[in-house]
Design a protein. Structure first.
Length: 308
């Protein structure tokens, strides 16, 4: 049979006394008398059926049970304080902290943000880049994040944003070096631009169209996809584009697609929130807006120009 949850004021008294290891200091923090504090602790110990403190002549000491109970209780009280403040206090006007993959921000999110500001004038955004965040050490210190990968993350609730096609792209000037319409064999000895950290790279594209892939002698490596796009747009080689990120480059004619062969990615951009973090109503509004944009992209199915 489950233990009945003790009254919240008893739990708060224990948490404060355990932090201070003093009934006096805890009672001052909670603005109750020391006698009331002592009575609440005794009542809590009676209900739980175990001692939480060792009463010493000069202070308190946590028992093994008390030491085990404190961190869970402290975290729960902090979470309740956080949620209460965000829903009913000054937190209602808090900044919505969104961390975004840089290439996704520049080529997908930034052009659409004016619409978000117009529709949600009361939501203040704080946008930061996750370019230097180690995926293995990522902490739940932001409300939402856009990350790239396979979507299998136990610590996150993930919403897929893109279903990209891989396609080689370069500047019109770079494409002019090919006689007539190029074929994939023509780029084997060209300067292929590689991006570190993406599993879906040149190897996947070549193998998917039935060509053997080797590490070609020519090529450059960059740590971000946006750097790769910019180098390609300035005539520095051929990058492997993701279809969801290329519309602006195509419309400005900075990049063109070389071939009709397009390969579906196994990775994607995801909008995630950490399971341990409270999802503020402003975050829910941002999620709804982003997913509406994603749905509109699927409906519109923007055509991508090819080199000819």
């Amino acid at each position: 049979m489950k233990k009945r949850l003790p009254p919240l004021n008893w739990l708060r008294s224990f948490e404060a006394a355990a932090r201070h290891l003093s009934f006096t200091h805890a009672s001052q923090e909670l603005h109750i008398t020391q006698a009331a504090m002592s009575q609440q602790i005794k009542a809590l110990e009676s209900q739980l059926g175990t001692m939480l403190f060792v009463r010493l002549p000069r202070g308190l000491e946590l028992t093994e049970a008390g030491a085990a109970y404190l961190p869970v209780l402290h975290e729960s009280i902090e979470k309740m304080n956080e949620v209460t403040d965000e829903l009913f206090g000054k937190g209602r006007n808090k900044l919505l902290n969104v961390r975004v993959n840089l290439v996704f921000f520049v080529n997908w999110l930034a052009p659409r943000l004016p619409d978000f500001y117009e529709r949600y004038p009361d939501i203040n955004l704080k946008i930061t880049s996750n370019i230097w965040v180690n995926s293995q050490q990522r902490a739940p210190d932001c409300d939402l994040e856009v990350i790239y990968g396979n979507g299998r993350w136990q610590q996150y609730e993930a919403r897929r944003l893109t279903w990209d096609l891989l396609q080689p792209v370069c500047s019109p000037n770079y494409a002019s070096r090919f006689e007539g319409k190029p074929v994939p064999e023509d780029i084997v000895n060209e300067n292929l631009i590689h991006v570190i950290g993406y599993e879906d790279g040149w190897n996947r594209w070549f193998q998917s169209i039935g060509m053997p892939y080797t590490d070609f002698n020519l090529g450059s490596q960059f740590d971000t996809l946006i750097n790769a796009f910019e180098v390609a747009a300035n005539g520095g080689g051929i990058a492997l584009g993701r279809s969801s990120l290329l519309q602006g480059y195509f419309e400005s004619e900075k990049l063109i697609s070389l071939f009709e062969q397009e390969v579906l990615t196994t990775e994607a951009f995801y909008l995630v929130n950490h399971n341990s973090r409270f999802l503020h109503p402003h975050a829910e509004a941002f999620i709804d807006w982003v997913m509406e944009e994603v749905n509109n992209d699927e409906i519109n199915n923007i055509n991508r120009p090819l080199y000819n």
